[in-house]
Design a protein around this ligand. Structure first.
Ligand code: N01
Length: 542
């Protein structure tokens, strides 16, 4: 990206800093702010032309967050909390990007961020205990600390089918949507993928396109968002009670306060359970259905009750019985990330929308004119890939990171990511990950987890500096114990039963490992705080 297209001024990348940060999404932005408060020098490299990370790239039609705006926002500044005016319950991508830009301006962040710059490599020098960070624009920066604030869902993937570059029409990936508006008016459009990005974009594209064909490999469980404009009284109420709400967020399971369930789904009558599920469905929330009973996430029979409830809903909404059946997922509810939608299932009642079940007729290839499945060829003017990400590890292993002894992170993690607390990895001193694998990250309200990690990392750096310590690195035994613990907690849940991106199952050849920590953000925070309070127990400091 040429300079004039980015938000940075003339490039004057410093040669040496205390901290090099990769990524200017919510993580990198808040980290830069914390580091400045500590009088540390920092440089942030960002591939995009502006701040916002996920919310910079994912501009596809219908893109929204599925955590409520008043909760999906920074808590570190009370002034920011009070002055910012959210408009919708579940804001659109432009509204969230506006918020990110507001934060960048308000805290004067841009002057240390180099946009249009992708970090390609980072190598640890054992003699000086420093990282040498290189970019695709020829920058080379030496830093005492390296922080990968690269996001969990940022390294996108295309489908593994032949002929991707053959198609003559327009192609889009939801995570690389053009800056300018795309109008599908009058077009025949094919959408491949029915995860959150597909589920959000399909109803909007269906409203524009002459004809829309959706290619579904695995159906999603999607719940209605019940989105609406926020009322002034609820904004005022939240602002008046923000401190207590933030505390509840931090102590919760998903970073979203919920009323703890007290009963098993199997101990109540069908009527009582249906009423509870109906209330959760009507509430427009991602978590209320899964948390309605104590055992939905851990017991297959209990989970079946939620699964049958959603299947019933799909059959009630979708008029064509065969389409409805194809839209019903088989895997347990909640084991792939559920979606929150506006008119998703209703869209299949439109005359211009068709569903292709790839389980029956798989894609054979992309052709010059469209998509060929085992049943025949579909002609399109545009194809939208809503095919997701090499999640949680892709953004880390696709930078050439070399730790102690020149060892590569990618090779070290070839059988699955190994971290201590999801924050750092043995063999890679002074390197931190924000919301890395082995932390609650994607199972939580990301902003809550991001703030916790940034604070922990900033405090750790402060601790080292106060005590004249040069390096911090996990002890291999502590890391092994943490990896075992993360696996154990995962094994108590139903998550491993689905072929999800949580398991690395969407990327051919990726090891099948349940990557996030499923013990909840409250428990996790306690553990991280204990580690710090015990002088960074499990880390070797030297
Ligand atoms: O990606 P996904 P996403 N042939 O991986 C299909 C967050 N998010 O971008 O399931 C055919 O979920 C794939 O099929 P399968 C959220 O955490 C949040 O939608 O692998 N199909 C799947 O249907 C979310 O979970 C928000 O069998 C292929 C789809 O493509 C995460 O990001 C909005 C294929 C990919 O779905 C990722 O969501 C958007 C192939 N070769 C995203 N390869 C909100 O806050 C893949 N697929 C609302």
């Amino acid at each position: 990206v040429p300079d004039e297209e980015t938000q940075s001024g003339p490039r004057a990348v410093p040669g040496t800093v205390d901290v090099a940060v990769v990524g200017a999404g919510f993580s990198g932005m808040y980290l830069l702010h914390r580091l400045r408060e500590m009088n540390l020098s920092a440089v942030v490299f960002e591939a995009g032309a502006d701040v916002g990370g996920t919310w910079y790239w994912n501009r596809y039609p219908g893109a929204r967050v599925d955590v409520e705006s008043l909760a999906y926002s920074f808590s570190f500044s009370e002034e920011l909390e009070q002055e910012y005016e959210w408009e919708e319950r579940y804001p659109t991508q432009p509204e969230i990007l506006r918020y990110a830009r507001h934060v960048a301006d308000r805290f004067d962040l841009r002057r240390d961020i180099f946009f249009g710059t992708r970090v390609t490599a980072a190598a640890y020098d054992e003699r000086d205990a420093t990282w040498l960070v290189r970019t695709d624009r020829g920058d080379a920066v030496t830093a005492r600390f390296l922080v990968m604030a690269t996001g969990c869902l940022s390294f996108s993937k295309l489908p593994e089918v032949p002929g991707l570059d053959r198609f003559r029409g327009a192609t889009f990936h939801t995570a690389h949507w053009p800056q300018e508006d795309v109008d599908f008016g009058g077009m025949r459009v094919g959408v491949i993928g029915t995860g959150s990005s597909g589920v959000q974009s399909i109803p909007v594209i269906a409203g524009q396109a002459a004809d829309l064909t959706v290619f579904q490999r695995t159906p999603a469980y999607s719940l209605p968002a019940r989105n609406r404009r926020l009322r002034p009284d609820e904004i005022a109420g939240m602002k008046a009670g923000y401190r207590a709400f933030r505390k509840a967020q931090r102590e919760s399971g998903f970073g979203v306060p919920t009323v703890p369930a007290t009963k098993s789904a199997l101990e109540v009558s069908d009527e009582e359970r249906d009423a509870a599920f109906e209330a959760a469905w009507e509430s427009g929330s991602l978590v209320n259905l899964l948390t309605a009973y104590t055992d939905l996430a851990v017991d297959l029979e209990a989970n079946d009750t939620a699964k049958r409830f959603v299947h019933r809903k799909i059959h009630q909404i979708v008029k064509d019985p065969r389409t409805a059946e194809d839209l019903c997922p088989e895997y347990p509810f909640g084991t792939k990330r559920p979606c929150l939608d506006t008119d998703y299932y209703e869209t299949y009642n439109r005359d211009n929308v068709h569903l292709v079940n790839l389980r029956r007729t798989p894609i054979v290839e992309i052709t010059e004119g469209g998509v060929r499945t085992s049943a025949g060829e579909y002609a399109f003017d545009a194809i939208v890939y809503a095919t997701g990400f090499d999640a949680m590890t892709g953004a880390l292993t696709n930078v050439d990171i070399r730790g102690r002894g020149g060892v590569s992170l990618k090779e070290t993690w070839s059988a699955g990511p190994r971290t201590y607390l999801g924050i750092s990895s043995a063999g890679f001193p002074n390197m931190f990950m924000i919301t890395g694998p082995g932390s609650p990250s994607v199972l939580s309200n990301m902003v809550v987890s991001i703030e916790q990690h940034v604070d922990w990392v900033a405090d750790a750096i402060g601790h080292l500096d106060r005590h004249g310590i040069a390096t911090i690195e996990p002890e291999p035994q502590a890391q092994d114990a943490w990896v075992d613990h993360v696996n154990l907690i995962g094994s108590f849940t139903l998550y491993p039963k689905a072929n999800s991106w949580y398991m690395g199952a969407n990327v051919p050849g990726k090891p099948r490992v349940f990557m996030p920590y499923a013990g909840g953000v409250g428990e996790y925070r306690k553990k991280c705080d204990e580690v710090a309070a015990r002088g960074y127990e499990g880390f070797s400091l030297s």
